[in-house]
Design a binder for this molecule. Structure first.
Ligand code: GCO
Length: 440
């Protein structure tokens, strides 16, 4: 049995997001967000679930940080709710909202947790959406103002700042398929949103650095490796083109300073309006990049394959394919000049049951993590500079359109009682962190 030993300072952590865990949706002066509006709209969320209460983290954060200490986490990736600090998106600051994050960060520091703060994990203030949201370039400037205030307030304790979580999901699930807030279904709008998010990222990095030049600035991108169904030329070409059109919309402008030709060819007259200077603004040098990985897309000349014979699948219907994580990391490491990488999300949803001993035995979730940790270690041996790993997720939480029906947590949340129970996968992860190694 081989053992994968990680570097001594490898940062093992877990990730969450504000709307998915905080609750207190309209408490202490918080403004409405697009996810409050979306989840309150009938027909949008499974079982009509909302994030109104979620994991009640707003009130239970000290208990949750104690859980992180029990697991021995070294880092915690969380996001701040823009509308809790700027109820209208810009202008007057809600000091109670800022105070919450001040207390939360203090509690992380007291627990020796390295904070990784994401400024935008999808919960735009509704007041800004009412003015066009991300289709309106002015939202990018409001984002920069929000970034500056947060960095001024927390930058003395938070060293790692992420502008956006998964801009491609914001773009396409929120503005093309409409399955996420704000529920728009328009191709041209979605590409203008993508560009405005890129611009907001550039402005946000500048704002973070001007507020505190000592902090690290980055972005979190979700990348699904595109792989050919067979080695046939037409499948290989289809897979390469699928990646070039779908996975480069943020990677290329941020790390190469231009949109790739494949995107221009694919969307033609739907290309967004790009102002002079935008591309240089977007390509701010970054201190780190977060990569979220869950699975891959298998592509043939006739399109994306839905089911791969012989593969296991999670509750989300995502193929379990850990080797594709390694292949994707090696690919981007060879094609881009990247800063140090953190795996900022990786995890799996499986049906959990509480056994007679009160435990949650979740071997599939443990094995999913084991496989992906091993592939990450192999990628590091291939020369990819990976500094840490944030498991998605610490807690079961509000899984967007799926509501509470999908459980990703290493800690189970009983949403009726808010009781937390560490699952076997959490116990296993604690041992990985303690020993800093993974056994095959
Ligand atoms: C994402 C988001 C998370 C999700 C998780 C499971 O990557 O989609 O960052 O908020 O909950 O990935 O889908």
């Amino acid at each position: 049995m081989s053992i994968h030993k990680f570097p001594h300072n490898f940062l093992w952590g877990a990730a969450t997001a504000s709307y998915q865990i905080e609750g207190a949706w309209n408490e202490d002066g918080k403004g409405e967000s697009i996810w409050d509006r979306f989840s309150h709209t009938p027909g949008k969320i499974t079982n009509a679930d909302t994030g109104d209460v979620a994991c009640d983290h707003y009130h239970r954060y000290t208990e949750d940080i104690a859980l992180m200490r029990t697991l021995g986490l070294k880092a915690y990736r969380f996001s701040t709710a823009w509308a809790r600090v700027f109820p209208s998106g810009r202008g007057c600051i809600n000091t109670k909202g800022l105070d919450f994050y001040d207390r939360l960060v203090d509690a992380m520091c007291a627990a020796n947790l390295e904070p990784f703060l994401t400024l935008y994990h999808w919960d735009l203030p509704q007041a800004l959406q009412d003015q066009g949201g991300w289709t309106n370039r002015n939202t990018a400037y409001a984002f920069a103002d929000y970034a500056a205030v947060m960095t001024k307030c927390l930058g003395d304790r938070v060293r790692n700042w992420t502008t956006f979580n998964e801009p491609s999901v914001i773009t396409f699930i929120g503005n093309l398929t409409g399955e996420h807030a704000p529920g728009i279904k328009d191709t041209k709008i979605s590409y203008q949103v993508a560009h405005n998010l890129n611009v907001a990222h550039g402005l946000g990095v500048q704002a973070i650095r001007s507020a505190n030049s000592k902090v690290n600035a980055g972005i979190v991108l979700n990348l699904w490796m595109a792989e050919p169904a067979t080695e046939a030329t037409q499948d290989v070409e289809a897979a390469n083109n699928f990646w070039d059109v779908n996975e480069t919309l943020f990677l290329d402008p941020i790390f190469k300073g231009f949109y790739p030709p494949a995107v221009y060819e694919a969307i033609g007259e739907k290309m967004p309006e790009i102002k002079d200077g935008d591309l240089a603004l977007i390509a701010q040098e970054l201190d780190f990049v977060g990569i979220n990985y869950y699975s891959r897309n298998v592509i043939s000349a006739s399109g994306k394959m839905n089911k791969i014979p012989g593969s296991a699948y999670t509750e989300m219907g995502w193929e379990v394919c850990a080797p594709a994580l390694r292949r994707m990391l090696v690919k981007i490491n060879s094609e881009y000049k990247l800063p140090p990488i953190y795996i900022t999300e990786n995890g799996s949803a499986f049906q959990d049951t509480i056994s007679s001993d009160g435990k949650i035995h979740d071997p599939e979730r443990t094995d999913y993590l084991r496989q992906h940790f091993i592939q990450t270690h192999l990628a590091m041996q291939d020369g990819v500079d990976i500094r840490g790993y944030m498991v998605w997720s610490l807690l079961d939480n509000f899984e967007w359109g799926h509501g509470f029906s999908k459980r990703f947590g290493m800690v189970r949340v009983d949403y009726e009682t808010q009781k937390r129970t560490i699952k076997d996968s959490g116990e296993w992860y604690a041992e990985v962190i303690r020993t800093n190694q993974v056994r095959e």
